[in-house]
Design a protein around this ligand. Structure first.
Ligand code: GLN
Length: 494
């Protein structure tokens, strides 16, 4: 085996189980790759190599004694949004730049309990607010992909830009990520990787730094659909420490990978045919439809009439919840504090104004405004009603189809600095046009790489499933993955 970092998670687990490779070898290969690539990509904000070596040695012992667990010896990257006991967790915010959690998030605990190895913490937009990973306190992440037309540095998308970049550049076997409005699926689409956000409540939010609690959901970014199924299996669990966690059985997600989709009805929503969408994205969507037809699925036209209200609705609900969640960062109990000589109120003010970045402050202000007594009914309550309508659209659509197919993003990866130049925060928000609806409705959504655009950059298709039907979502995605035969990798320039 020449380059162990190129293995898929499934390939590595098989190799480990068969004792063809050791976790220590595999871990050392990733450590070497990270040391080479990270100065250029900035995907990891913290590496935990000593810990990784210890965990790998432990895994090798278990494998030798025949006690291997589901993810035994697999080196993973963890989005810096998941609290990791005794390992700095910042959500890439200045206000948490010295926070060492005294506890472990349930999702990461599940991974360690299954034998995974932690390589380090991955970069992200501050508090997961953004679509380009440029709001991070630790600086932007660079996409390993480059356009064939220019040498400019591209965004890996956001907020899980570090996770996507690390998986695409083979700096871990797979990564954890989180999705409030598209933060798993958009970066996956921008980097030629697979990302799935499960049904709201499938994965515990305990120990995940909160952005918008009714929308946040953990999920993996991986190299293949099969790997996504494996990661999901370990990440998800019922958890009494999260009151919104669902007490439901976990199906065997891997059993859906490669399953026939014959006779399944695929909904194609009229309202996702947006004006101004690049022709290449439309063409890819048509191609996806053709692939599924060839696999024996039936194509149905559906309507999701309230789609046009999804972005405005999301950008009221998400900041409202964020403004409330972020009130806890007062510089008193944890996080950054700047003492003011003039009293407590000024200490709060100074700590928060120094600790938070610009986009986070914008969201806190919008959120506080829409929740204020004078505007609560006009904005927040109205947005909740619209959210209900959006969810009902899906319920109605799922009477005539089993899954929905849409593009994942309205463009391929754009240049770092591009949207900032436009000086219009709404330009960035438009990235989420195809993804926010599933968060508002709590449904599973997956992005699978389906082709390259004329610039040689990856494009993704999105599969949206019924609540708790990640299985069919994975089955459809694996058909698309196979038909697309997407084996492209970014050429190594770092
Ligand atoms: N880009 C969206 C936002 O900025 C979604 C982020 C996310 O899913 N965490 O809010």
């Amino acid at each position: 085996m020449t380059d162990l970092t190129k293995l898929t998670l499934k390939g590595a687990l098989d190799g480990l189980k068969a004792k063809q490779i050791s976790s220590t070898e595999l871990t050392e290969a990733f450590i070497g790759a990270i040391e080479t690539a990270n100065p250029a990509l900035n995907a990891y904000v913290l590496t935990t190599f000593d810990k990784a070596r210890g965990m790998a040695a432990e895994s090798d012992k278990r494998i030798a004694s025949g006690d291997a667990r589901a993810l035994e010896g697999a080196p993973l990257g963890i989005k810096d949004l998941f609290c990791t006991k005794d390992v700095r967790t910042t959500a890439c915010s200045g206000i948490l730049d010295n926070f060492i959690p005294p506890y472990e998030s349930t999702v990461t605990q599940n991974l360690w309990d299954d034998g995974a190895v932690m390589l380090g913490k991955l970069n992200m937009d501050e508090f997961a607010m953004g679509s380009s990973n440029e709001t991070s306190h630790w600086g932007p992440v660079t996409n390993p992909w480059k356009s064939n037309a220019s040498n400019a540095a591209l965004t890996p998308g956001g907020s899980s830009g570090g996770s996507a970049s690390a998986v695409a550049a083979d700096l871990c076997l797979a990564a954890t990520a989180s999705d409030t409005g598209g933060s798993i699926r958009q970066p996956a689409a921008f980097t030629g990787t697979v990302g799935i956000k499960p049904t709201y409540g499938r994965a515990s939010r305990f120990g995940m730094v909160a952005f918008a609690s009714s929308l946040d959901q953990a999920g993996p970014i991986t190299k293949t659909v099969e790997d996504a199924a494996i990661m999901l299996q370990s990440m998800c669990s019922y958890d009494t420490k999260d009151s919104t966690s669902l007490k439901v059985d976990l199906p065997d997600f891997s059993s859906f990978v490669g399953k026939s989709v014959k006779g399944l009805r695929i909904g194609i929503p009229d309202e996702y045919r947006l004006d101004g969408i690049p022709a290449e994205i439309d063409a890819l969507w048509e191609q996806g439809i053709a692939w599924l037809k060839d696999a024996g699925a039936e194509i149905v036209r559906i309507s999701l009439p309230n789609t046009k209200y999804a972005l405005p609705c999301y950008y009221i609900v998400a900041p409202a919840e964020a403004s409330s969640n972020l009130a806890r960062y007062d510089g008193m109990r944890f996080g950054h504090r700047t003492e003011a000589a003039t009293g407590l109120t000024d200490t709060y003010e100074l700590s928060r104004s120094e600790g938070f970045g610009k986009e986070v402050k914008r969201r806190i202000m919008i959120g506080t405004y829409v929740l204020s007594a004078g505007f609560y009914d006009a904005y927040y309550v109205k947005a909740l009603k619209v959210r209900r309508r959006i969810a009902e659209d899906f319920t109605n659509a799922f009477n005539s189809c089993d899954v929905i197919l849409t593009p994942a993003t309205p463009s391929s990866a754009f240049e770092l600095g591009d949207t900032a130049k436009a000086a219009d925060p709404v330009a960035m928000y438009l990235n989420d046009v195809f993804t926010v609806t599933t968060n508002l409705a709590g449904l599973p959504g997956l992005s699978v790489p389906a082709g390259l655009d004329s610039k040689g950059l990856p494009l993704g298709l999105q599969v949206i499933g019924k609540a708790l039907d990640e299985g069919t979502t994975l089955a459809i995605a694996s058909v698309l993955e196979k038909a697309a035969g997407f084996t492209h990798k970014p050429s190594k320039w770092w």
